[in-house]
Design a protein around this ligand. Structure first.
Ligand SMILES: *Cc1c(COP(=O)(O)O)cnc(C)c1O
Length: 390
C-alpha cells in the first residue's frame, strides 16, 4: 500500500535518539535547546520555543496574542481543525474566512470582510495550505490596519519560502509562526511542535505558558519578599505567575527532529521534483487539475492535491478512492471545511457561508507525495489516473 504521506527514518536518526537515551537526560535537557536554536537559525527568527505538538503551539500562540473571552480569532475555512480549536482553548470565539480558489489559502479579501464584521478580533491564523505560502504581504497589511496579530500556521510549510526569498517561520510578516513535527509533516519528532517569534515579551510569555505559568529567565518576581530573607535569595523559590500548561517536549523527540532537520532540504527537493512531475503528467488531462499551480519553487510540498470533476469521470470520489485502494494506492481528502464539522455547526457556523471552500471540498483528492515515493511508484500512480480519470 502506498500511503498519501509518510516519514523517512535513517540510521543517523536512530543513532541520535540512542545517544539521548545513553546521555542520562531525557527531558528539559540540552537537546531541546539545540533543536530550538537550529530551527531559529534555519528559518531566520530570533526565538524558537519547542512544545509537545503543533496543536499546543497554536494554543499558546493564541494566548500570547491576547485571544481570550470576549475576543475573536479568524482562520481559514480549509484547514485541520486544530487551527480553529486554538481560539476556543484560549476562551475566545472562532470566525472562518473563505479561501482563494487558486491557492486554497485564506483570501485576504475574505479576511478583510471578517475583520469588519468582528471588531473584537485579536488574532488571525492564515494557514500555508499544502506548504504554499499565503499572500502574507496582503494579509499583514489587512491585519495591521485592524490592529490584529498574525499567527502563521506553518504546520505544512517548514522549508517553504515567501516570494522575497525569506523562509516561512522568519516572522517577517507575523508575530508568531507555528510548526508541527507529526510524522506526516516535513520532519518528524514522533509528536512535537514549535513556535517562532522575533518578539522578546512574546518569547518570555510562551516560555512560562509552556511550563505551568512558572517564572522563567529573569522574569521579575511578583512576591519578591516571599523569595528571600535579609537580601539572600531562597534557592528553591519559584512563582506560578499565571495559569500555564505542561506542553514541554522531550530530548528524545528533539534528537529525532534535529537529525531530521539536517535532511529537510533534501526532503523538499525530492518532493518538489515529484510535484512537478505530477504537474506535467496531469497538464493534458481535462477532468482533473492540480489544486495549486503557482509558487511551485516556494512551496514546502506537504501535499499534492488534485481537483477532480467526478461527474465527468463517471465515478464518485468514494468509488475512485476504493478503486485506487484496491490497486494499492492510498488517497485522502484535505480537508472537510471546518465550519461543516458537527461541533462547529452546533456553535452556529454554516459551511454554505464559504462557497469557495465548499466547491474546493467537493473536488479535492490528495494523492501520494513523500520523500521515499519512487519514480516507479509515481509512474504507476500517473498511469492509473490517466486510465481512470483521463
Ligand atoms: C498537523 C496540523 C496541525 C496540528 O499539529 P499537531 O502536531 O498534529 O498537533 C495544525 N494545523 C495544521 C494545518 C496541521 O496540518
Amino acid at each position: 500500500m502506498i500511503p498519501y504521506g509518510k516519514h523517512h527514518i535513517d540510521e543517523d536518526d536512530i543513532q541520535a535518539v540512542v545517544n539521548v537515551l545513553r546521555s542520562g537526560v531525557l527531558t528539559q535537557g540540552p537537546t531541546v535547546q539545540a533543536f530550538e536554536q537550529a530551527i531559529a537559525e534555519y528559518v531566520g527568527a530570533r526565538y524558537a520555543i519547542a512544545v509537545s505538538s503543533g496543536t499546543a503551539a497554536l494554543h499558546l500562540a493564541a494566548l500570547a496574542a491576547g485571544v481570550g473571552p470576549g475576543t475573536s480569532l479568524i482562520t481559514s475555512s480549509i484547514t485541520f481543525v486544530a487551527s480553529a480549536n486554538a481560539a476556543l482553548y484560549a476562551g475566545g470565539k472562532v470566525v472562518f474566512a473563505d479561501i482563494d480558489p487558486d491557492t486554497v489559502n485564506m483570501s485576504a479579501v475574505a479576511l478583510q470582510e471578517a475583520l469588519l464584521n468582528n471588531p473584537d478580533t485579536r488574532a488571525v491564523i492564515p494557514v500555508h495550505f499544502a506548504g504554499l505560502p499565503c499572500d502574507m504581504k496582503a494579509i499583514k497589511q489587512v491585519a495591521d490596519r485592524a490592529g490584529v496579530s498574525v499567527i502563521e500556521d506553518a504546520a505544512h510549510a517548514l522549508g517553504a519560502q515567501y516570494p522575497d526569498g525569506q523562509r516561512v517561520g522568519s516572522c517577517a510578516y507575523s508575530l508568531m509562526t507555528i510548526f508541527s513535527f507529526h510524522p506526516v509533516k516535513a520532519i518528524a519528532a514522533g509528536e512535537g511542535g514549535m513556535i517562532t517569534t522575533n518578539d522578546d515579551s512574546v518569547y518570555r510569555k510562551l516560555l512560562r505558558l509552556r511550563s505551568h505559568g512558572i517564572n522563567k529567565l529573569d522574569d521579575p518576581l511578583q512576591l519578591p519578599e516571599q523569595g528571600q530573607k535579609n537580601g539572600v535569595q531562597y534557592p528553591w523559590y519559584y512563582e506560578m505567575q499565571e495559569l500555564g500548561f505542561h506542553y514541554r517536549i522531550t530530548d528524545i523527540q528533539c534528537a529525532l527532529a534535529h537529525s531530521q532537520l539536517k535532511k529537510l532540504d533534501r526532503f523538499i527537493a525530492r518532493r518538489r521534483v515529484l510535484a512537478k512531475r505530477y504537474d506535467e503528467a496531469f497538464a493534458s488531462m481535462t477532468r482533473c487539475r492540480p489544486a495549486q499551480s503557482a509558487g511551485r519553487d516556494q512551496s514546502g510540498h506537504h501535499l499534492y492535491v488534485l481537483r477532480i470533476n467526478y461527474a465527468a469521470v463517471g465515478l464518485s470520489r468514494s468509488q475512485l478512492m476504493h478503486e485506487l485502494r484496491s490497486q494499492g494506492i492510498g488517497t485522502q481528502v484535505h480537508y472537510i471545511p471546518v465550519p461543516a464539522q458537527p461541533y462547529y455547526r452546533r456553535l452556529g457556523h454554516k459551511p454554505e457561508d464559504f462557497p469557495v471552500a465548499l466547491h474546493y471540498y467537493e473536488e479535492a483528492l490528495s494523492i501520494p507525495l513523500f520523500y521515499d515515493l519512487s519514480d516507479e511508484q509515481q509512474e504507476k500512480i500517473i498511469l492509473l489516473f490517466k486510465e481512470k480519470v483521463g
